[in-house]
Design a protein around this ligand. Structure first.
Ligand SMILES: Nc1ncnc2c1ncn2[C@@H]1O[C@H](COP(=O)(O)OP(=O)(O)O)[C@@H](O)[C@H]1O
Ligand SMILES: [Mg+2]
Length: 642
């Protein structure tokens, strides 16, 4: 059983260690085992203590019963002995005159009913008794006569009466010469008791079924016994010589006048024997009690102990199962919660990884797009810059040369008012007067065109800002303006919409520390979306709140400086607006409401990242469907301050 218990315990420990959890304590099982052992120990000890006490009491009771039996015999023998002694000590007895003595003795036999005869024995062996009068035989050889003649009152072992043939026991007392107890015995008075009377008393002793009593004389011979009876004439073998060693030992103790109760083996089975020595005669009386007669009275105790033991075992098993179950449940709960945690963690990690992947992808796409766009823009700007400069720088000398030439032509006209016919014809053909008048204007507008190209090139370079990988102090308005330059064509009237007006409400701003190229990208994204929204409002005017006929597209660009060293750029359009149910999604990568090929859904997510992560700023918006949208970008003036 304990092997099983510890095997189970070990199992629990093993599975616990696999969970790498702290070991749930072994205290409970150990407490349970020690409690069970302690209770078991106390139970067993108390059982044996109580059992011993009860058994002792039962044994004492049995011994007491034997004692009562022997007391009864002793008292009876003592009374009988007193009767004989009293008569022996009378003058009538001392007279040794049978004729005188016989009536007294007869009346005494009748009165007491104890003796069946009383005898007067003379030292020469002749005797008289109340049965037959003078007997012809001699009783000189009787042991009890000799003892009495020697002055000793004694009770004989059983013998067969010579005059009556009845198994008898004699109580013999000396008749002394005088009242003086030390005077010489002159005869013996002896009363005969039937052995039956003693047997009756002895047989009254019993203790349940199968119990029996027996008596041994001083030689260990069974004078009263259910099977054998020893008399002086027919002596039975002494128990002292019994082949049954425990019986022989018992006989020895009885002969030695010991008295007690003990458990010994008789005829191969264990029996209790209670034995007591008589005070009046040299006999011992024993009561043999089958073991179960006494121990059966322990049945209730045994039953109680078995029930308690059984209950203890059942309680232990139930508690053990309970501990096991609760341990298992604990482990399962721990494992489940661990698994749940791991799963949650993994799900979280997956989600995060997916988000990062999306953003990286978006960034890659946009970065690639922007970088090639920037390179293209930068290349074009560079290529155009040289020839334009070349043209622009030659325009001034060309203007001077032409002015010089025109002056010479005017001098010719002044000094030769009538030129030859051929010159006159040609002058009229080329409308010389108009040419002279228009040429300076033409040159001026050429110069203006070249200047404009130069400006565009500058804006292109400004926008691409390839050379600026790091933070710089930048004029935000310049960035916005160069961005607008690119979008000029989209702002103009098209078949889809009339011209879109851009209203600039610039505040006086200090330089702002930022990544100029990336911030320009944000402006172009926000402005493109604003244009898209306005365009949409003209294509689907049914969504508009205002009167569609008298309205025009309008983009308001407001800059301001906020209290806590931040600048705010607002880009406000009067386009379609963002429906409320989509408002949460506009910053998500790939979220677009535009047709395939037009929208990528990346611009706002990238702008959001540029503003919040690269510039520690905020990008927010307010929008009403049918009225328009306001995007608000806030960034700190200096990144260190942020
Ligand atoms: N100014 C605006 N007015 C109305 N809707 C806008 C505006 N800006 C952005 N949106 C909405 O947000 C979506 C995402 O914009 P964006 O990230 O620039 O992607 P795309 O322009 O390629 O669709 C747009 O499809 C549009 O529905
Ligand atoms: Mg867009």
């Amino acid at each position: 059983m304990f092997y099983l218990l510890f095997r189970d315990l070990f199992k629990v420990r093993q599975s616990q260690s696999t969970t790498k959890q702290q070991l749930p304590n072994l205290r409970t099982p150990l407490i349970l085992i020690s409690c069970t052992l302690a209770i078991g120990f106390v139970d067993i000890t108390s059982y044996f203590v109580v059992r011993k006490l009860i058994l002792q009491q039962l044994q004492e009771k049995a011994l007491l019963q034997v004692n009562q039996g022997t007391d009864e015999i002793d008292q009876w023998l003592a009374t009988c002995s007193t009767t004989i002694q009293t008569i022996a000590n009378t003058d009538l007895a001392r007279s040794l005159n049978w004729k005188l003595l016989e009536p007294l003795l007869n009346s005494e036999v009748k009165r007491t009913e104890d003796f069946f005869k009383i005898s007067l024995s003379l030292p020469d062996g002749s005797y008289y008794n109340t049965e037959v009068g003078k007997s012809n035989s001699s009783n000189n050889d009787r042991d009890f006569i000799q003892k009495a003649l020697a002055g000793e009152v004694n009770i004989s072992d059983p013998f067969i009466s010579r005059s009556t043939g009845i198994p008898s026991v004699a109580i013999a007392a000396p008749i002394r010469q005088s009242y003086n107890p030390s005077s010489r015995p002159i005869a013996v008075l002896n009363g005969s008791l039937k052995v039956d009377r003693i047997t009756q008393v002895v047989n009254k002793l019993h203790y349940g079924k199968g119990s029996y009593a027996f008596a041994l004389n001083s030689k260990g011979e069974p004078i009263i016994h259910p099977q054998v009876m020893s008399t002086q004439e027919k002596p039975a073998p002494s128990f002292l010589n019994s082949s049954d060693s425990s019986l022989a030992a018992l006989a020895r103790r009885m002969v030695n006048k010991e008295q007690r109760i003990e458990l010994i083996s008789i005829d191969g089975t264990h029996k209790y024997v209670a034995y007591v020595h008589l005070k009046q005669a040299n006999w011992s009386i024993a009561l043999v009690i089958p073991r179960e007669n006494i121990e059966s009275q322990l049945k209730a105790l045994n039953l109680l102990a078995s029930i308690l033991g059984g209950l203890l075992v059942v309680a232990f098993i139930i508690s053990w199962r309970q501990i096991q179950l609760s341990n298992k449940a604990k482990i399962q709960v721990v494992m489940l919660s661990q698994q749940q945690k791991t799963l949650q963690q993994q799900a979280q990690e997956l989600k995060q990884a997916f988000k990062e992947l999306q953003q990286t992808q978006a960034q890659l796409i946009q970065a690639e797009k922007m970088s090639s766009l920037s390179q293209l823009v930068a290349g074009v700007a560079h290529e155009i810059n040289n020839p334009v400069s070349f043209i622009y720088s030659n325009l001034t000398p060309a203007q001077e040369y032409i002015a010089d030439l025109l002056r010479v032509v005017q001098l010719y006209q002044h000094h030769y008012p009538e030129p030859v016919a051929e010159i006159q014809d040609e002058s009229e053909a080329i409308e010389l007067d108009f040419l002279i008048e228009d040429l300076p204007n033409l040159l001026t507008s050429m110069k203006a065109g070249a200047e404009r190209i130069k400006k565009i090139v500058l804006s292109l370079r400004n926008f691409s800002r390839l050379d600026e990988a790091e933070m710089k102090m930048v004029n935000i308005h310049e960035g916005i303006d160069s961005t607008l330059m690119f979008l000029e064509s989209r702002l103009k009237a098209t078949p889809n919409h009339p011209e879109i007006e851009v209203i600039k409400e610039y505040a006086v701003l200090p330089l702002v520390e930022c990544f100029a190229g990336e911030l320009n990208q944000v402006f172009i994204n926000l402005l493109t979306n604003a244009i898209d929204a306005i365009e949409e409002s003209f294509i689907h005017p049914q969504y508009l709140h205002s009167d569609p006929d008298n309205r025009k597209g309008e983009i308001r660009i407001k800059t301001e400086i906020a209290a806590d060293k931040q600048i705010i750029v607002r880009i406000i359009d009067n386009g379609v607006g963002i429906p409320e149910n989509l408002q949460k999604q506009v910053f998500n990568p790939f979220f677009t409401t535009k047709p395939v090929g037009k929208g990528t859904g990346l611009a706002l997510s990238i702008s959001y990242q540029i503003v919040t992560e690269k510039h520690q700023g905020k990008l927010q918006y307010n929008s009403t469907v049918g009225q328009g949208t306001e995007f608000v970008m806030t960034i700190p003036l200096s990144q260190q301050a942020a």
